[in-house]
Structure formats: structure tokens, C-alpha cells
Design a protein around this ligand. Structure first.
Ligand code: 5GP
Length: 209
């Protein structure tokens, strides 16, 4: 019997450093499948279609939603964002763990469908540092930065809904913390007992082994 993979959700306010953490996680563990979301937001200059997002117009997004193509979707910062079922289910079915970089609304929808998912919320170390990080990206206008700062408080208000909270002060520490969550999940008794059924039987002196 093939083992089903685990869904890991990583959420954070914009500017908490989540994207860099997720990139490092995938680089260090290529067995993790990263879901590329769909969005109605136009691409930023450094973004590539199919890599950072699948960029579609609002009508296409809404048609996909009506067709039931999304595992979850939500309006985030005024744009539609969603995880396609096709970006999740085939990997889970093949026993691969999947990483979702989504907001708290999406996380709620995923939890409702997949009770054994694990959700991690990444916090910046302070408001001042959050603002500094948002400004240093220099991709957005002042008005957008101000809106994101306000939105980040709304996102942080939902941190308590997540299984784990990681503070991204030192990048390597935060990365190790997220890896610890993933590793612990992979060592769960139920999974390990299945994987090592032969070993356990042998250790118990089962004559059939
Ligand atoms: P961005 O800066 O890329 O415009 O927006 C990032 C925000 O959108 C983050 O809060 C991120 O978690 C959220 N987001 C990205 N993709 C998805 C998705 O597929 N579903 C949901 N619910 N949120 C998403």
C-alpha cells in the first residue's frame, strides 16, 4: 500500500520572509512538492508565469473556481489566490509531502478537508523589522506597502489557529525550526510502524520474518 503524503501549510504576513524560507526548504529537500498557486494578480517584474504563480485573469480564475478546480481559494489583498487540486492530490496520492504557501483563509479550508495536515505560521521578530523588510523589497508603491502593513496585522491575528509558530529573526534558525516540524511529522508512530513493520516483527522475534 502506498503511503499518503502530508500537506504542510506555511503562512505568514507579507514581509516575514516566508518565501525565502520556502525556497530554502525545497532546495534542501527536493522530495517536498511545492504547489504553484493561481492568482488574478498581475505579475511583478521579477515574477515568472508558472514559477511564482500561474497568472490568470479574474474571469478565468472564477471559472476555475466554479468548475471546482481549486482545493482552496480566497481573496487576499484584493486579489484572488488559489491552490489547484491538480497541484496537491497527485503528489499526496504518490506519497509525497506537499508544501502550500497560502494565507489563513486558505489554511482554514485545507484543515477542513485534510485534518492531518500540519500548519506553520511564520512571524517577523518585530513591527519595525517587518516594515523594514517590506520596504527593502522596493517592488511596491507606498500605498501598497501601507496596505500590506495593515493586512499583515490581520494575518497575524490568526496565528493561534496554526499548529506551529516560528519566529523568523535568524533565518537559519527559522529554517531549522520548520525542518524540525516536517521531520517530526515524518516520524509519527502510525507512519513509522507501517514503514518498519518488518523490523518491529523481527525485533519481537516473529518466526514468520
Ligand atoms: P503576494 O505577495 O504574492 O501577492 O501575496 C502573498 C499572499 O498571498 C500571502 O499571504 C500568501 O500566503 C497568499 N497566497 C499565495 N498563494 C495563495 C493561495 O493559493 N491561496 C491562498 N489562500 N493564499 C495564497
Amino acid at each position: 500500500m502506498t503511503e499518503t503524503g502530508t500537506l504542510f501549510i506555511v503562512a505568514a504576513p507579507s514581509g516575514a520572509g516566508k518565501t525565502s524560507l520556502v525556497r530554502a526548504l525545497i532546495e534542501d529537500d527536493p522530495s517536498l512538492a511545492l504547489s504553484v498557486s493561481y492568482t488574478s494578480r498581475p505579475p511583478r517584474p521579477a515574477e515568472t508565469d508558472g514559477v511564482h504563480y500561474h497568472f490568470v485573469d479574474r474571469q478565468v480564475f472564477l471559472a476555475m473556481a466554479a468548475a471546482g478546480d481549486f482545493y482552496e481559494y480566497a481573496e487576499v489583498h484584493g486579489d484572488l489566490k488559489g491552490t489547484a487540486r491538480s497541484a496537491v492530490q497527485p503528489f499526496l496520492d504518490a506519497g509525497r509531502d506537499v508544501l502550500l504557501e497560502i494565507d489563513w483563509q486558505g489554511a482554514r479550508q485545507v484543515r477542513a478537508q485534510q485534518a492531518d495536515c500540519r500548519s506553520i505560521f511564520v512571524l517577523p521578530p518585530s513591527s519595525a523589522e517587518l516594515e523594514r523588510r517590506l520596504r527593502s523589497r522596493a517592488q511596491d508603491s507606498e500605498a501598497v506597502i501601507a496596505r500590506r502593513l495593515a493586512n499583515s496585522r490581520e494575518e497575524i491575528a490568526h496565528a493561534h489557529e496554526f499548529d506551529y509558530i516560528v519566529v523568523n529573526d535568524d533565518f537559519q534558525t527559522a529554517l531549522a525550526d520548520i525542518k524540525a516540524v516536517i521531520r517530526a511529522q515524518r516520524l509519527r508512530q502510525g507512519l513509522q510502524a507501517d514503514r518498519h513493520a518488518g523490523l518491529i516483527a523481527e525485533l519481537l522475534g516473529d518466526p514468520a520474518v
